[in-house]
Write a protein that binds this ligand. Structure first.
Ligand SMILES: Cc1cc2nc3c(=O)[nH]c(=O)nc-3n(C[C@H](O)[C@H](O)[C@H](O)COP(=O)(O)OP(=O)(O)OC[C@H]3O[C@@H](n4cnc5c(N)ncnc54)[C@H](O)[C@@H]3O)c2cc1C
Length: 407
């Protein structure tokens, strides 16, 4: 690693770490990324990239490639599984006067990380070390340092002006500096099943569909994968108390999919996984010279597809502040502003919205359930309310609100 008093050390080469590093390096801040694995992970998680995030990634020149490797998706739908009817469809075209991106792009998160990584490789002041696992973090008087487990098994300390913890929900950075991660864990886990079966052959589904059901809600969305015809991902609640192997056994998987989307033949399933899901927010997003971003700072359930989006919004917001501090004598208090802006977005929008999304889909009281569905139907049928709704789901409302926050 080349010595530089302004170097920022980014822990974690996931999408948030890579985008933070890219946003810093493009402005000339020397940056080093430490990733514990030997390559970028390709596990099937986030895909939906909302307009508010696309606006930020466009500044980094990433959107054309995301469009090329992803799917442009202007609409999303809510269905009532019990009656088998579509309750509401929302179209991002309502936002055409608000944003350059009146659609989401379904781009798998490893592709987003990959696009940022390829760009980073072409920038002299950036370096990415794979198989470098950070095991400890300490504050220093004018910076911070990380202890790294090197590929051969030896350990070494690296110092920088700032350390960014973008190392996911179990963040070693957050734990090393003792920031509490307040919140709760949902009792049920989430089951994710991926299939090449084309659900649009069954019904006129959009690429993003949410199914309300008092017994078993579902999200079903399409990703581009390695090219046409693409893959569909379904997310279901896993029943509390059942072991993981039972939840994703061949029999359970087929029963689950057929109960929801009836077919005679078995579904081909190319990926199956079970996740524990949490709603947690770090008590502060920075301390001294150590800053948290992405899942290291906040985690939420994936209904609505906003978790990674908020992490990518942290990344660009934070990079703007660190560029000012490192290169333009900006006040260290800019990190208070980062904390205030991103904490507000996290608590007021991301946490509130994702908890509400889950409750809406799983509501079991018949009267409340009917009221929720009627409300959605009425919102979709009223242009002004529908636009307000999509401004919120697309994260533009939150983005604008926090842009107006100063110290
Ligand atoms: C089923 C599912 C579906 C989802 N769908 C969506 C969606 O549609 N839209 C959305 O916005 N969000 C979604 N999410 C959430 C999204 O996946 C996460 O918010 C996202 O992965 C966070 O990115 P990150 O870079 O902060 O963390 P991660 O993706 O967890 O990356 C952290 C990186 O840090 C590395 N690392 C960890 N510890 C260390 C260490 N000590 N040293 C060095 N490296 C380390 C890891 O190897 C990893 O590469 C979904 C989540 C799940 C589970």
């Amino acid at each position: 690693m080349k010595e530089d008093k302004n170097r920022v050390l980014v822990v974690g080469g996931g999408p948030v770490g890579m985008v933070t590093a890219l946003a810093l390096a493009m402005k000339g801040v020397p940056v080093t990324v430490f990733e514990r694995f030997e390559t970028l992970l390709a596990d099937p998680r986030a895909a939906t990239t909302h307009p508010a995030t696309l606006e930020l990634l466009a500044r980094l020149g990433m959107v054309d490639q995301m469009r090329e490797h992803g799917l442009v998706c202007p609409t999303f739908q809510f269905w009532d599984r019990e009656s088998g009817t579509m309750v509401a469809e929302f179209d991002h075209a309502l936002l055409k006067d608000e944003t350059e991106f009146p659609y989401v792009i379904q781009c798998e998160q490893f592709k987003t990380a990959q696009i940022a990584y390829r760009k980073l490789q072409r920038i002299d002041c950036a370096e990415v070390f794979f198989q470098h696992e950070v095991v400890d973090v300490r504050q220093e008087s004018d910076g911070a340092k990380v202890e790294v487990l090197l590929p051969g098994g030896a350990k070494k300390w690296f110092s920088g002006r700032f350390v960014v913890g973008a190392d996911g929900g179990r963040s070693v950075v957050r734990k090393s500096i003792g920031i509490p991660f307040d919140g709760f864990t949902w009792p049920e886990c989430f089951v994710v099943l991926t299939t090449p079966f084309d659900f649009q052959k069954v019904r006129p589904y959009s690429y993003r569909n949410y199914f309300a059901d008092p017994h078993e809600w579902c999200n079903c969305f399409k990703v581009a994968a390695e090219g046409p015809p693409g893959l569909w991902r379904t997310v279901f609640p896993g029943h509390t108390g059942l072991p993981e192997e039972t939840l994703i056994s061949d029999t359970a998987v087929q029963e689950r999919l057929k109960r929801f989307f009836q077919t005679d033949a078995d579904y081909p399933v190319v990926h199956r996984n079970v996740y524990k899901v949490h709603q947690r927010v770090a008590q502060t997003f920075y301390q001294g010279h150590v800053v948290l971003a992405g899942d290291a700072a906040h985690v939420n359930n994936p209904i609505g597809g906003v978790g990674l989006n908020s992490g990518l919004q942290d990344a660009v917001n934070l990079a703007d502040k660190l560029v000012d501090i490192c290169l333009h004598q900006g006040d260290h208090r800019l990190l208070d502003l980062y904390n205030l802006q991103r904490m507000t977005a996290t608590k007021e929008y991301v946490q509130a919205q994702t908890i509400q999304n889950k409750k809406r889909l799983e509501e079991s009281d018949p009267a409340t359930r009917q009221k929720n569905l009627d409300q959605l139907r009425a919102t979709a049928g009223d242009r002004v309310r529908a636009k307000e709704f999509v401004m919120r789901t697309s994260m533009l409302t939150a983005q604008r609100r926090i842009a107006s926050i100063g110290l």
